[in-house]
Design a protein around this ligand. Structure first.
Ligand SMILES: C[S@@+](CC[C@H](N)C(=O)[O-])C[C@H]1O[C@@H](n2cnc3c(N)ncnc32)[C@H](O)[C@@H]1O
Length: 222
């Protein structure tokens, strides 16, 4: 039987690559690894890739295995889900993986300007009634721009046609954020790269329901 939530929270405290600090801590202190992830934690100069709303962290863990010369950090507010990625990355002794339990709105407390090179957004809640909470709305993109290098790639993989359509036609329209590729039916498209290599927990549920998966790759420009 799987571990229950409390057991996972307990074990989360033992993972050296999981960071969880309170909002109050962030109000009064600078997060110790802000601007220092590579020098003080990963101990290399490799690019840092984020997975936002990572849940169990499938992209974080699987891409980290595929790309040992990149560093991957998964971010989610739910500790019981993060436990899965933490457990696997520790069991497999993966030095290029970390997780942060926090709200994505607080991301600039954890990273300095230009510290991040690429961002994956995997099956976020589409927030159909609250556009201001969508992970691709201008408010969230402005958080990402504060920490990402100019021209960093953002990947949005979602089952929500509404979120796909909103992102393409309302947010990144008019060339403000150049689109590299987009499709409203990923698995029917010829496009092939990491986006087809990993299926997340939610993705598999949506595929089992017969839903199409959409994908947008665009650039964050300052
Ligand atoms: C639908 S789940 C997808 C999880 C995973 N990416 C997957 O595909 O299986 C959305 C995830 O985003 C997280 N999330 C939503 N809003 C968030 C926020 N503002 N900050 C941090 N995590 C958030 C939720 O906790 C949840 O794990």
């Amino acid at each position: 039987m799987g571990k229950n939530k409390l057991e996972r929270f307990e074990e989360n405290l033992t993972f050296p690559n999981l960071f969880q600090v309170s909002y109050e801590f962030l109000q009064q202190n600078t997060f110790p690894l802000k601007g220092k992830w590579n020098s003080d934690f990963f101990k290399n100069n490799n690019p840092i890739v984020l997975e936002l709303g990572c849940g169990k962290g499938e992209y974080t863990v699987n891409l980290a295995k595929k790309y040992p010369n990149k560093n991957f950090i998964g971010i989610d507010i739910k500790g019981a889900r993060l436990w899965r990625g933490c457990k696997t990355s520790n069991e497999d002794k993966m030095g290029n993986v970390a997780f942060i339990r926090t709200r994505i709105q607080l991301i600039e407390n954890f990273f300095a300007a230009d510290e991040v090179s690429e961002i994956w957004i995997t099956f976020p809640d589409p927030q159909l009634k609250k556009p201001n909470k969508r992970l691709t709305c201008e408010r969230f993109l402005s958080y990402y721009k504060k920490i990402a290098k100019n021209n960093s790639i953002v990947h949005l993989k979602t089952d929500s046609y509404e979120l796909y359509d909103y992102t393409i036609n309302e947010v990144i329209a008019e060339g403000k954020y150049p689109v590299v590729f987009h499709t409203d039916d990923l698995y029917a498209s010829d496009f092939y790269d990491d986006v087809k290599d990993v299926r997340t927990f939610y993705e598999q549920m949506f595929l089992d329901m017969g839903k199409k998966i959409t994908y947008i790759q665009f650039k964050l420009q300052q």
